[in-house]
Design a protein. Structure first.
Length: 390
């Protein structure tokens, strides 16, 4: 079976520094996903440059099929050892996950990864090899749907040291916390955000070290078929609805005209729900057999804002959105973030007569721009997106 590799990370830099000394690189190939997390020695600009070089070199070489031996040799010979401390200038964790679940991990001086299956930590057998005088820990095993693998930089296991916790947040404590978090979060981003927020709390919002969390969740493929806007040719209404309904994903309609077309072609009643009144988002509707029915441009625009704020590591708006809110935009955002690995978009190009009113500042070009932005954000989340214009 082919799985979807849901990968996300969050980082915070040491208090008083402008740049983070940890760096994560993710490359998705046709047959595997490569993940590299590097931790530069110290903090600030120098650590950031060293971590960036390490992660870029490693991810690029591994994605090209170059062996771990050559990759490590290149990194070690590119980055010197600190003579004062006799430490490598950057440590790293390299992961290669094939879409059938087979995984390879190489660790060099980073905290051990945490592997969770069925709400418990698994002990994975590791072997130690020596490359260029450096001890590397390797492991190979098979992932299953629902598994969560998390790697952290040492800033996570030192969180709270000398403050809230005398000895910091130890690896065992982080692992126990992740077991609880992974049981309630459906996506990798939710897990990484929850853990990084916990670290920030232990640091009293003033991190004493660069801190990074990378989470990987293995999922079975989940599709969403989203229909928005009526077809350019009215004669295509029945054909488009039939094709859309034949898709294997959960069904979402965005737009009043599109919803009316779906209801008419399926000979089903459309009911507007007034259970929730939100000044920013028009109410949702209900059609039997359809998972979500919302208004069009305004709801899509708000959902896009919610997704951007949720996944952006550097969002400065300080706006917190609740994915569990009941309005149409929040429901749509939650589905796209948590319940979607492949998004099939059916985009109608008909011009809505209501949008030609000069007092109604929405046109087809704005809708298409919002959809293009949505596609960009979803692809950055690793989702497979297919567009079909009608």
């Amino acid at each position: 079976m082919s799985y979807f590799i849901d990968v996300a990370f969050d980082s915070v830099h040491k208090y008083g520094e402008e740049l983070c000394g940890d760096k994560v690189e993710i490359i998705r190939n046709d047959d595997c996903t490569i993940i590299v997390m590097a931790d530069g020695l110290g903090s600030g600009v120098k650590a950031n440059i060293l971590a960036t070089l390490t992660s870029k070199i490693a991810a690029t070489m591994l994605s090209e099929g170059i062996s771990i031996e050559e990759t490590v040799d290149t990194i070690i010979n590119t980055l010197p050892v600190c003579q004062l401390r006799n430490l490598a200038y950057a440590t790293f964790t390299m992961i290669r996950i094939q879409y059938d679940g087979n995984i390879y991990v190489a660790e060099y001086d980073n905290p051990p990864y945490i592997m969770i299956r069925e709400n418990r930590c698994l002990e994975i057998e590791k072997r130690e090899i020596v490359l260029c005088g450096r001890k590397i820990k390797e492991s190979n095993f098979k992932l299953e749907a629902g598994d969560v693998l998390t790697i952290v930089s040492d800033g996570a296991i030192h969180a709270g040291v000398g403050g809230v916790l005398n000895l910091g947040w130890q690896w065992e404590n982080v692992a126990q916390y992740l077991v609880r978090v992974s049981a309630k979060k459906k996506c990798a981003k939710g897990i990484s955000k929850e853990l990084i927020d916990a670290c920030m709390s232990l640091y009293a919002e003033r991190p004493g070290d660069d801190t990074t969390v990378v989470s990987v969740k293995i999922k079975k493929p989940e599709q969403i078929d989203l229909l928005t806007g009526p077809p350019k040719d009215k004669g295509d209404d029945g054909y488009i609805v039939k094709e859309w309904m034949n898709g294997k994903g959960r069904k979402v309609v965005c737009g009043g005209t599109a919803a009316n077309i779906v209801a008419r072609e399926l000979d089903r009643e459309i009911k507007v729900s007034m259970d929730l009144i939100d000044p920013e988002v028009p109410p949702i509707a209900k059609i039997e057999g359809i998972d979500l029915v919302t208004e069009g441009v305004l709801t899509l625009s708000k959902a896009l804002k919610i997704i951007k704020a949720y996944v952006d590591d550097f969002d400065e708006s300080n706006i917190v959105y609740d994915l569990n809110a009941k309005d149409g935009a929040s429901r749509l955002a939650k589905m796209l973030i948590e319940d979607c690995t492949r998004l099939n978009l059916w985009i109608g190009r008909a011009i809505n007569p209501a949008h030609q009113n000069k007092d109604f500042p929405i046109d087809i070009s704005r809708k298409l721009k919002i959809i293009d932005e949505l596609v960009f954000v979803m692809e950055n989340l690793g989702k497979n997106v297919q567009k079909k214009y009608t």
